[in-house]
Design a binder for this molecule. Structure first.
Ligand code: ADP
Ligand code: MG
Length: 213
């Protein structure tokens, strides 16, 4: 039996076509089902439906053999015990610094001002500003980061941006890209070592599906 961890929402929607072309189809839709373990049309493969940021944890501990996780989540949480064989090139966006429209970010940086940064991605933010030699106060949030600068909770935010529509709607602008983000296939390292004959064909099929786009 192989176990595959997936999150609902964005990543799931974009993963489905890839899973399908790799010969893997859930028997019921996770959007309509309340089940957290879904059978697939393959007797030797089941899906776990977990929170996007929990996917690496399930795979790291071997509760799932494989999973699909955003590179943002992997960068934030680390990827010990994981193999990342395939960039699936889906759920693409970027990790960026954003500030209120009227704020001169470059001037703040040059002045060496101490800034307050709100983000769900505290490790990524810490590393980014440390590399710039900037001193920051970090405020951990769990969502709706765009709100923080509007009400004086923070000067800048670090968040995912795709179209920029949400930033714009809230009077913010993107001032610095930290990294490109996309979803990655992740595999438990120990499972791959002990059961390569079981896992490799599925990994290869997903790699081929990702290349076809
Ligand atoms: P959750 O709200 O549980 O974190 P989402 O479905 O909103 O789950 O996002 C999961 C993943 O989707 C992110 O970790 C990221 O890898 C990817 N993603 C792609 N584009 C975006 C975007 N514009 N905003 C947020 N997440 C995005
Ligand atoms: Mg979300």
């Amino acid at each position: 039996m192989m176990t595959f961890a997936l999150s609902k929402g964005r990543i799931f929607d974009e993963s489905l076509p890839l899973l399908k072309s790799a010969g893997l189809q859930p028997r019921e839709s996770p959007e309509s089902s309340r089940r957290l373990i879904l059978e697939t049309q393959r007797a030797d493969l089941r899906l776990l439906i977990v929170r996007a940021s929990d996917v690496p944890t399930y795979v790291q501990y071997g509760a799932a053999d494989l999973g699909i996780a955003g590179s943002d989540v992997l960068a934030e949480q680390g990827s010990e015990g994981l193999v990342q064989p395939v960039d699936l090139r889906i759920a693409k966006c970027r990790m960026s610094v954003a500030v209120p429209d009227g704020l001169d970010y470059q001037a703040m940086v040059q002045r060496g001002a101490r800034i307050r940064v709100a983000s769900k991605y505290v490790q990524i933010a810490k590393t980014h500003f440390a590399a710039k030699g900037m001193h920051i106060d970090l405020i951990k949030l769990y969502g709706s980061m765009e709100l923080a600068p509007l009400v004086g909770l923070a000067d800048v935010i670090v968040d995912l941006v795709s179209t920029g529509g949400t930033l714009k709607a809230n009077g913010l602008k993107e001032v610095e890209k930290i990294s490109d983000v996309s979803a990655r296939l992740i595999v438990n390292q120990a499972a791959l070592k002990t059961r390569p004959e079981q896992l490799r064909p599925l990994m290869d099929a997903l790699a081929r599906a990702a290349l076809k786009g």
